[in-house]
Design a protein around this ligand. Sequence first.
Ligand SMILES: C[S@@+](CC[C@H](N)C(=O)[O-])C[C@H]1O[C@@H](n2cnc3c(N)ncnc32)[C@H](O)[C@@H]1O
Length: 322
Amino acid sequence: MAHADLLPGQWQRQVALMEWQPQIVLMAALKVGLIEALLEAPLSPEEAAQKLALDGRATRRVISVLVDAGYLERQGDGVMVAPEARALMDPSDAAFVGDRLLHLHNLFVSWVQLPQVLRGGGPARSERTPESLRAFIGSMRVGARERARPLADRLAELFPGTRTVLDIGGGPGTQALAFQEGGWQATVLDFPEVVDLMADDLAQAGIATIKSDATQGIPARGFDLVYCGNLFHSMSREECAAVVDGAADALRDGGALAIFDFLQGTGLPSSLFAVNMLVATSGGDVYGEGDYRRWCEAAGLRDFAAHEVPGQVQRLLTAVKP
Ligand SMILES: C[S@@+](CC[C@H](N)C(=O)[O-])C[C@H]1O[C@@H](n2cnc3c(N)ncnc32)[C@H](O)[C@@H]1O
C-alpha cells in the first residue's frame, strides 16, 4: 500500500500540495495585523513592515505568498486585500472569518504538541489571553451562523410549547438570536468574561444574560427549554453530570433539555474532536450516547432521544422533565 493510501481520500491532495502552508501564512498575517493594514489602501512591503514593526525580509516573502494565493493583489508598487477576499478579512463585515482563522492558529499551536501530549498526557501548553478569548468566541460565531436557524426550527418542531429558552454556554449569542427571532425569549448563560464580550449585541437583541459557571448550579428557574450547544465536550464527566443536574433544575415540569454535541463512535470528525479536546482542555472529551442518557436519567429526565441533524456532524440529544 502506498503511503498516501493511508490517508483519508480528501487529505491526500492537501498533503501532496501542502495546502496548509498558505493558510498558516494567512493566519500569521492576520495575527500581526498585516491583513488589517492592507484593507483600505495599498502599501509596499517595506511600508507595511515599517508600519507594523515587522522584519522586512519576512514581510516580503509572506506578502508574495498572499498575492500568489489570491488574498492580496498588487496595485502599483503596493499590495492590498483583493476585492474577493475583502468581506472575509474585514472585521466589520458579517462575513468576517479572521477570528476563525486566528482561533485555528491557536489550535495548531496545541496540535503540534501532540507528540508531547502522547508521552505526558494533555492538555498542550497554551497561552490564554484576551485576544485568544475574542478569537475563540468570534470563531464560535462563524461556526454557529449556518446551523442556528435550522436548529431553532427543529427544536420548535420537537417542542412546540416553548416560549422561554436558557442557552447554557451560549457564548457568541448566535443561537440565542435565532431563538429570539423565532419568537422565544432567550437567556444566555456563560462565563462573565464571555458575556462581557457580547453584552452590547445581546442587549440590543433583547436577550437576557446570566454570568455564571454552569458547573456550579444554574441560578434561574422555570424555563420551557434548556439548550446546551457544543458545551459538554469541554468538560469532565463529573462536570457534565453536574450541568445536566443544574439544567434539569432550571426546567419547568414538562420542559425539555436539548444538547447539541459530538457523539463518540460517529466517525472521523468525532474522533478528531476528541483529540482537539485532549490537547486543548484538561478534562474535555467526546462522550457517548449512553453517557448522555445516564446523566439525563440520573437528573430525573425521561424520553431520552438522539436525533441526526442534516448537514451537521454533531447530534441533537433531547430529554424531558416529567
Ligand atoms: C464551544 S463554545 C460553543 C458556543 C455555542 N453554544 C455554539 O454552539 O456555538 C462553548 C461555550 O460554552 C461556554 N462554557 C464552557 N464551560 C462553561 C461553564 N462551565 N459555564 C458556563 N459557560 C461555559 C464557553 O465560554 C463558550 O462560550
